[in-house]
Design a protein around this ligand. Structure first.
Ligand SMILES: [Zn+2]
Length: 224
């Protein structure tokens, strides 16, 4: 099991690898911070309209309140993954508190869905060494992103789509959010409205859009 430092070094090497050495895989659109009764349903509808499947990194404390939305997300063909329990920065926690947050999140996920998540993305992308080790120990794969729509800020849909598709390439992992709870914006409209343009630009580039689990082997992608 690689250490956190080894993972970072691997990520650096992965980023420097010529694209041809990576397995062609397509693009993943991912959503953090749900499930959310105001944001998740219109985003599910936008994904249906675009004809693409996505991956939702759910927060344990939201899953406890809105598990029916998570189950509907899965029933509509999307993938559920994990984003922690309390949405705290793991490197601000004592090691045992970070481990407890992951274990509690995993328990909530299994209780709500009857399944184990394959992927884990820490809130704010902030692993600590303890939480990274716990992620691997609990059998999950760490996932970051390669581009974000900056949709935690109040910016229009066109800007979200432009940012999300900047440098779009095979293996890109786009980060968006299906909740306003941990950001600074009033609603999720721009995120839902950007989905069609993001899917269209992927198609123009000859790239499919699918769940993370359907893509080829993933390098541990870090944000730029
Ligand atoms: Zn988050």
């Amino acid at each position: 099991m690689p250490s956190y430092r080894q993972m970072l070094e691997t990520a650096e090497r992965w980023r420097e690898m010529p694209a041809i050495e990576r397995v062609p895989s397509g693009v993943a659109i991912t959503f953090d911070d749900g499930p959310d009764p105001d944001c998740t349903p219109p985003i599910l509808d936008a994904l249906d309209a675009a004809g693409v499947k996505a991956t939702f990194f759910v927060v344990g404390e939201q899953l406890m309140r809105h598990h029916a939305i998570a189950r509907e997300t899965a029933a509509r063909g999307h993938e559920l993954a994990l984003h922690g329990y309390e949405h705290v920065e793991h490197d601000s926690l004592r090691p045992q508190a970070a481990r407890d947050d992951l274990a509690r999140a995993l328990g909530a996920f299994e209780a709500a869905t009857g399944r184990k998540p394959r992927f884990f993305r820490p809130p704010y992308g902030r692993f600590s060494e303890a939480s990274y080790d716990a992620c691997r120990h609990l059998g999950m794969e760490p996932v970051y992103w390669s581009a974000w729509g900056m949709d935690w800020e109040p910016i229009p849909a066109e800007r979200v789509a432009d940012l999300a598709t900047r440098d779009l390439a095979d293996g890109s992992i786009v980060l968006l959010h299906d909740s306003t709870r941990y950001g600074h914006r009033p609603d999720c409209g721009p995120t839902a409205d950007a989905i069609g343009a993001i899917a269209a630009r992927a198609a123009e580039a000859g790239l499919g859009v699918d769940r993370l689990a359907e893509l080829g082997p993933l390098g541990p992608i870090l944000s730029a």
